[in-house]
Write a protein that binds this ligand. Sequence first.
Ligand SMILES: [Zn+2]
Ligand SMILES: [Zn+2]
Length: 678
Amino acid sequence: MQRCGLHHSGLGDHYDGIIADGRAYIKRSKDCSPDWDDETRNLHEKIQIVVNGEAYLPPAWFGLFGYECENNLIQLEVDGKWGYCHVDTGEIAIPPKWDWCGPFYGEYALVRTGCPGKLEWGRELPVDTRCGYINTKGELVIPLEYVDGEYIGREGLFIVKKHDRLFGMVNLQNETVIDFCWHRIEPLYESIWNGFVAAANWREGVDETYTLFSQSGELIIGELDETPEVYDTSNIPGKDADEGYLAIKRNGKYGLVEHGRLLQEPTLLWRELLPILDADWEKNLRHIVIHRGTQQIGGCITEIRTASSRVFIDIGENLPRDGEYARMPYVKGLTDECKEETEKGLLLTHYHGDHIGRLGDVVSGVPIYMGKTAKEIYTNLAKRTAKDLLGLIENIKTFKPLDRIQIGDIAVTPLMVDHSAFDAYMFIVEAGGVRILHTGDFRLHGVRGGKMLKMLSYYAKDIDYIICEGTTVSRTGEPPMTEHELGRKAAELMKSKPHVFVLCASTNIDRIGVFYHANPKGRFFVCDKYQKEQLEIVRDGHKDKSSFYDFSHVYDYAPNLDKHMEEKGFCMLIRQGEFFKRVIEKYKDSCLIIYSMWTGYLDDRARSQGLCDFLALYEYQVLHTSGHASLQDLKQVYDTVKPKRGFIPFHTDAPEKFSEIIPERDLILLNDGEKMLI
Ligand SMILES: [Zn+2]
Ligand SMILES: [Zn+2]
């Protein structure tokens, strides 16, 4: 009978025992109380022996030995030499011959010669210390060439250290997988199934940078600020906690690694990374994409989506610029059929072509929504300009201000805005707890502009992101004329001539209202039948709310009116075309023509040849103001809404100009089609 020690150095657990008949035993004592079932208990009791009246049991009977010994092998120490015995039977499996050996991890255990006992941290190693790895048969698989080592997982890779104190990694063939140039290599145990190893180029307190390798030793990324942080993914459907993402950090910016794959370069702020960590990268995406419009005025298509729902806002045509049209993006599920199980909806902010012009491209089955009056105006317009779309337009669902529109798990609330289109909207989009304000087109200097900031401060609370139009930011100069001022100027001009023609968009209802009210008393307000219908739509729907829209004294032109018009004076709304040309001819010598549209249609910005040809015949005055907010007004909107996470410009040809009014930390500049996780 021989004395022995039984150890699990990984657990810091050990007992003294004896060896009898080639088996190791431990003396039975009060603290041996494993909660085995009867069968296992019987098995071990059968193996017990009695020596000098005392019972001795196999090692498994004690502490955690029974559970924690991989391959059922437990470290056995006899006369200062270490080997292994079977934890359940006590049979000696690998005879003690090493100066020390470690517990088995997987199929391998570290063995050492030349330095007896457990190695204390920082202890100076004798020069003849040699370490290697054995397998469960006790055969050396990594030769005794190293001074220390650590087996890191299931891939047959070993962190080993050479006498120059530098660490590297070798495989089962003892081939170098990570060069021996590291002051420290640490396995990321929390993510060991994910298989990562961080190697630190470490000198005491100086230049501590970290490099991340995959478990197969491939370099993933270097120069990191700190050890990658394993992020718990147990709350993500379809993911286990130990499949966690690794958040990496370099120069204060964060990125992401998953399964040895660099998903995101370290270029994000932590707050930008958080939504990614909260969501499944591939499937549970919640994001904003501006498919078109990040760097141009017009052509807008925005998408906000969750895992189960997609909300599109606008589907606009490009404004012609430099004679070119940017490519229409194929948006799967909106302009391209695609099989998917998501709820979808397309919301239209207003009926301007740069927001609605590609409506014909929408695949069937996507519900479309727009303001009730806007739909009526647009239908009436389409009867003249886009008959082929009438069927589609007829099916558009309508909403009123502040209606809550539910599209799957996304809720949208429309806020009516001031713009050169009537019944135009901003949208508050709520997607998975994130609140986004999409401004569409708007301004603060129109007839109802004064109420805008008040409305925003009341309804646009707790906004995370603003997606904001920036039509005017590239223009410099005076603040825009208000519609009220324009009205005063119109009244002045009208006094100068009895016969006034106003060339104006038929759907710019507020502008028409301004001329209607500026028209001197007693004079006729005239237009064609179509224009009158447009004004009647607005009158019928809105005169109760505001007398500004009470277009009760509007005449549609017929030659029998000429006598009265000539006599009393008039203001007539016109558009380019032969019909109006003939009327103007009659008053050519006594009339004033006011051009009240964007001058870009007359110059190189978005030249309309037909319009230029029409106007070439006459002298005219320009009296116009923008339908879009000025840079200063955009700042006021930002200051009022105070988005918590960011400000995203669109509908602008100079997004970077926003840096003049938006703090850098909030300004998010996207490219067309770029997915931004939220
Ligand atoms: Zn517009
Ligand atoms: Zn627009």
